[in-house]
Design a binder for this molecule. Structure first.
Ligand SMILES: Cc1cc2nc3c(=O)[nH]c(=O)nc-3n(C[C@H](O)[C@H](O)[C@H](O)COP(=O)(O)O)c2cc1C
Length: 172
């Protein structure tokens, strides 16, 4: 394969469109970021989630300011990152727009932990207190310090790439 062919897409003149093509090549585990207020539970599917530091244990999520759970999460100051297992794939369309509001939580088995809803059969659950927030463009980067963690033993994360869901294949 020639270098020219490898870099074909990188020649994209429209940077925003090229950026989207590049990000479709960044495989990511799907999470549901969840929170709660007096009206009930709120949550959205999110892949823009990563660890920040082990000291203190902390995690960040990039949340679109137009997403309905966004204001609640910031006002409440507590949230959970539910890292999805391959078994949880059916929740993604529900938590990305097919169903609106707290009714999303009628799907999947949720319980209350430290004031936020957590998905019982998630790959892992990380409960956080909001420590910092940074508004950038359409999104707020929220950083949470970790209060509690719950782990499911079998490891089979739900991976999203190029508009498809997949699983990790372990190399020999
Ligand atoms: C696989 C996938 C990953 C997503 N990742 C994010 C993300 O990281 N941040 C975000 O704000 N929205 C993300 N979204 C979109 C939100 O889930 C969606 O905008 C949100 O559920 C809208 O909520 P609302 O209809 O209640 O406003 C993602 C959607 C999908 C399908």
């Amino acid at each position: 394969m020639s270098d020219e062919k490898i870099w074909y897409a990188a020649e994209h003149e429209n940077v925003a469109a090229g950026f989207k093509l590049a990000m479709r090549r960044l495989a990511a585990t799907v999470t549901i970021v969840s929170t709660a207020d007096d009206e009930g539970y709120h949550g959205l599917a999110a892949t823009a989630v990563t660890s920040v530091s082990a000291e203190p244990p902390s995690i960040l999520a990039c949340i679109n300011r137009s997403a309905s759970p966004s204001d609640v999460l910031i006002q409440r100051g507590r949230f959970a990152v539910n890292i999805l297992h391959a078994d949880n794939a059916g929740l993604v369309p529900i938590f990305s727009g097919k169903i609106k509001g707290p009714e999303r939580f009628n799907h999947g088995v949720w319980e209350h932990l430290d004031g936020v809803p957590v998905l019982v059969d998630a790959q892992a659950v990380i409960v956080c207190t909001l420590a910092e927030k940074l508004v950038f463009g359409t999104h707020t980067v929220v950083i949470g310090t970790v209060d509690a963690v719950r782990i499911r033993e079998d490891i089979d994360p739900l991976v999203y790439q190029d508009g498809y869901f997949g699983k990790v294949v372990r190399q020999a």
